[in-house]
Design a protein around this ligand. Structure first.
Ligand SMILES: [Zn+2]
Ligand SMILES: [Zn+2]
Length: 356
């Protein structure tokens, strides 16, 4: 109390100008302290061994101030795998303190899932002075994505190396290299990567007319995470989610999208209204995702690719519909900055926020 009174007295004596100078000085000290902490600590190193899921983009293609375009990072041990790279992917990962070499896997090539790739490659490269390009896994067609982004960033890469020097920005580390995979004849899945105890399996999903579209299953030290990608309710997703610890499933609310449809019609914009009708048949409602999760017996359900945006927190109830009644385990509506941890050697699953 005495200290507070002394502080108030000091502020009164300082006057308005003094208060501003005091605040600026305080802000600079806070910034120094935060920078020292950020530079000397690693979020990835501090995570428990096992699987950790960092939500680096929980929205869809709509303009959304709260949820970035699709991005889900799976950290297995110390390896970082980023599924889809929506436009704020690298920024959100950076704000979450998740740094280090990473690999990107694409579920499909809709623009909102790839438009952050350029910055992902750049931040990874210059952030670590890496000498090899970003590895980009995906179904056939991923070669074109990798080549296109690499080409678009050729000039930027030359400026970085020219300005900072090759030891800081080695030319060989710029750009993106494609690692395409295909399903063997008659199969709907393929193991795309098996390294350091991590197995990543891609499986076919139902996002027609977008072909190919895939989801991914991660297995590491007895824990498992399944990411649906964009899909209508799919028996293949259900099969791969069987018994998984965590299912990350996309979700679109037909009821709320219906409101946009109606508003567009009333405003005399039938083309926009048609898009709202078209998107219903290649996504999954929260109720349907919950039903699939319950039948697959997953440990927890994280709904992402939240469409449409929810500008009011109170809209989460109407968005979820009956999902919480259908799936009675832990069910979360993903938010950018969420971190879900599944430590090895147990069945626990915890959620915390890395962004406030
Ligand atoms: Zn999408
Ligand atoms: Zn899509």
């Amino acid at each position: 109390m005495k200290r507070v009174l002394t502080g108030l007295l000091v502020l009164l004596l300082l006057g308005a100008g003094g208060v501003w100078a005091f605040r600026a000085d305080l802000a600079l000290r806070i910034m120094e302290r935060r920078l020292a902490k950020a530079m000397s600590t690693s979020v990835v190193a501090s995570l428990p061994d096992g699987l950790n899921v960092a939500v680096c983009g929980s929205g869809g293609p709509f303009p959304d101030g709260d949820r970035g375009a699709p991005c889900t990072a799976v950290i297995a041990g110390k390896r970082i795998f980023v599924v889809d790279a929506g436009e704020a992917a690298a920024r959100t990962l950076g704000r979450m303190g998740i740094a280090g070499d990473s690999v990107v896997l694409l579920t499909h090539f809709h623009s909102d899932h790839i438009d952050g790739l350029g910055n992902m490659a750049l931040q990874r490269w210059v952030g670590g002075a890496l000498t090899t390009p970003l590895k980009l896994y995906g179904p056939p067609g991923v070669e074109q994505i990798a080549a296109g982004f690499t080409q678009a960033y050729v000039q930027d890469a030359s400026y970085r190396t020219g300005h900072h020097g090759a030891p800081v920005a080695p030319p060989s580390g710029a750009g993106i290299v494609a690692h395409p995979f295909a399903f063997p004849e008659g199969q709907d899945s393929v193991v795309v990567l098996e390294e350091d105890g991590v197995t990543i399996t891609a499986f076919r999903v139902d996002h027609g007319p977008v072909e190919p579209s895939v989801g991914y299953r991660f297995d590491y030290k007895g824990r498992s995470v399944v990411i649906s990608g964009d899909t209508a309710p799919s028996p293949v997703v259900a099969r791969f989610a069987k018994g998984a610890d965590l299912l990350v499933h996309e979700a679109l609310s037909p009821r709320l999208v219906g409101l946009i449809h109606d508003a567009a019609l009333k405003a005399g914009n039938p083309k926009r209204a048609k898009i709202m009708t078209d998107i219903l048949n290649y996504h999954t409602s929260p109720d349907q995702a919950a039903d699939l999760a319950a039948k697959a017996g997953v440990g927890a359900l994280l709904l992402n690719h939240v469409v449409p945006p929810l500008p009011l927190r109170a809209l989460e109830g109407p968005f979820l519909g009956d999902a919480r009644k259908i799936f009675t385990g832990p069910l979360w509506l993903a938010r950018d900055g969420d971190l879900i941890s599944l430590p090895a050697g147990g069945k626990t699953i915890t959620r915390k926020r890395l962004l406030r």
